[in-house]
Write a protein of this length. Structure first.
Length: 251
């Protein structure tokens, strides 16, 4: 049930329609799945509904709202009044910055770095910008999620900006990678800003929780794998990663 401030939002939308738009409350109760048009709401009634919703929740509803049921309007308002998602997660890695930069920006080999990706397909490269398709391992329902992303690395500032090209359930998804050298190693930080579509199966708050949970898992895996690689390179007497000329985008 969609709830705001302890009161079901469906009931609030119904109250607005009754008080401002001439809705027959009994008719709405008898047919909860009926669209607003089927409940007799004309264009003027829908304009009034839009005005009240905009004033109360600072949310605009689409012109096609007449095709929505009252619960669907309530869900749309709840999602659009939901603050955008924002997460920031980082990890300290006991490895040189140049090594961390080199390996984490080798997108073609992300299946060896992350545990969640089954396939990486490089679609296009242009300097330090790479466009690629990620396909995840099947989820608990046997679904393999896949999308296209694009990322641009700046080897001077040691930052990467990425975004989803195929947004899927997201209105947008932007990711900022930052790398900073610290005593004894490297700190890598992921910042993600996003918003879910009204039709998405989860809202911004739920996705924020999911991303925070999964980021902690993946960062721990990456830390372990990069630290093992750093130890192996040191053991082989190879030059320190900081002395190796590497630039993302040229993998």
């Amino acid at each position: 049930m969609t709830v705001t401030h302890g009161h079901p939002l469906t009931a609030e939308i119904t109250d607005i329609l009754v008080a401002h738009c001439g809705l027959d409350a009994d008719a709405a109760a008898r047919a909860p799945a009926a669209s607003l048009e089927e409940l007799g709401m004309d264009s003027l009634a829908l304009l009034e509904l839009s005005a009240v919703v905009a004033d109360r929740w600072q949310v605009s509803i689409p012109e096609q709202s007449g095709q929505l049921s009252i619960p669907a309007v309530a869900d749309l308002v709840a999602r659009r009044s939901d603050p955008p998602g924002h997460t920031e997660n980082g990890v300290f890695i006991d490895a040189p910055l140049a090594l961390v930069w080199e390996i984490t920006n080798d997108v073609a080999n992300w299946t060896e770095l992350f545990t969640e990706y089954a396939v990486v397909e490089i679609l296009h490269r242009d300097g330090h910008t790479v466009r690629f398709r990620l396909t995840m391992h099947p989820d608990e329902n046997g679904v393999s999620w896949s999308w296209v992303s694009e990322r641009t690395a700046d080897p001077v500032s040691r930052q990467v900006r990425a975004h989803r090209v195929e947004t899927g359930p997201f209105e947008y998804m932007r990711i900022h990678w930052r790398y900073t050298e610290e005593l004894g190693g490297t700190r890598m930080t992921w910042t993600q800003d996003f918003a879910m579509k009204p039709t998405a199966p989860v809202d911004n708050a739920a996705m924020t929780e999911r991303i925070n949970t999964n980021s902690a898992i993946q960062l721990a895996v990456i830390k372990d794998r990069l630290e093992r690689i750093a130890r192996q390179r040191d053991g082989q007497g190879r030059p320190a990663a900081g002395d190796e000329p590497t630039e993302a985008g040229d993998e």
